[in-house]
Write a protein that binds this ligand. Sequence first.
Ligand code: NAD
Length: 423
Amino acid sequence: MNVAIIGTGYVGTVTGACFAELGHNVVCVDIDSRKVDLINAGIPPIHEPELAELLKKHARAGLRATVDYNDAIPSSDIAFICVGTPSDEDGRIDLSIVRSASESIGDALKLADRDSYHVVVVKSTVVPGTTENVVAPLVRGERDDVGIAMNPEFLREGKAVYDFMNPDKIVIGGDPRSAGMVARLYEKIPCKATLTDIRTAEMIKYANNSFLATKISYANEIGNICKKLEIDVYEVMSAIGKDFRISEHFLNAGAGFGGSCFPKDVKALIGKAEELGYDPLILRAVVRVNEEQPMRMIELLVKQIGDVRGRRIAILGLAFKNDTDDIREARSIPVIRKLLGMGASVAAYDPLAAENMRTVFPDVEYCQSAADALSGADGCLIMTEWDEFRSLDREFDAMNEIVVIDGRRAVSLDRGVYEGICW
Ligand code: NAD
């Protein structure tokens, strides 16, 4: 099938590359010509394992990119909206990018052959009602022969290609004809699609992410209580995870969740609930625990070393999780902001995300290795669970004094001061 992908960020690029791998003809559209040029050169615009191989294989063969909607949409059978859906300043969903992409699709569809059937699919995470009330009127215009569907994405950054090709669920909302066309795209993937209506598909994505975020905040809350009782929360969670009703996943207590999805999705669902006159008590608590959690790292540090003014603090890990360069809502951000505000000097190291973080904190010292960041440091905070941190050992000896506060249970140290945030 001829597929158009609108927006070539984490979701769009991976979706485009994977559909090309599944044998479809893909054209990606982005307003950012830098990303378009990179994709056409077979180079991923973001860091994601396995993506470079796929782009190299398919660029300019089954996959190309353009900034021109008119070049992509009229000849496509199906177009996926994969643009960002950030939070506005009140935490509610900001649909301005979705609106703008929908308008551009609508304009380009005016040029399409009148006899052809087109389906526009929303893959971006949008609150229930958006696809039918916002996207559909804009893409259809005067045309009633444009099908609409909703196909939320569940991939994890850092494992995005694997997750796309090996999903545990594919959810498609829409009328039988449109949803059937979307389902055919995934035919070669051995996973039975869940077919439903559009609003339910939209809600499934929010319920899914909010539940996972709730598990993490729950583990953190139990972890904070365990810490006071000198109980190892990891032992507790490992045991309760054996209960099949709970499962062992997403119970790692630590510095909290970040990323482009959980924080904004939970807030967007809170905003939608408020709009409907419902006060979402659990979701509010999930956000509150998550916002307070990284600050506990600083409390523990100050308890150990006192005033941080003028002291060198090593931050190991900037990305919101390992295997990605994405720093959106990373827990390292409020921690660095607070430390700088307290007069500390911050020496940071991350294998991938330093360049992205430089745009947020230009005055931080970005080091080439964990050893460089630790050298001469008065304290160290571990903010991301990078594998390479697990083998750190002698590097800590170069600190002024070994004081390590671990927010991810990434290292184990048998000397100096080592404290886990929740253990
Ligand atoms: P992103 O910000 O990485 O990418 C969005 C892309 O859209 C950018 O390249 C941007 O230049 C482009 N864009 C902006 N306006 C455009 C326009 N008018 N026309 C064409 N392109 C335009 O976003 P993302 O992380 O890929 O997320 C996209 C959506 O998928 C969001 O709704 C997100 O919640 C959801 N989602 C993300 C993930 C994830 O792990 N990142 C997982 C599941 C779902």
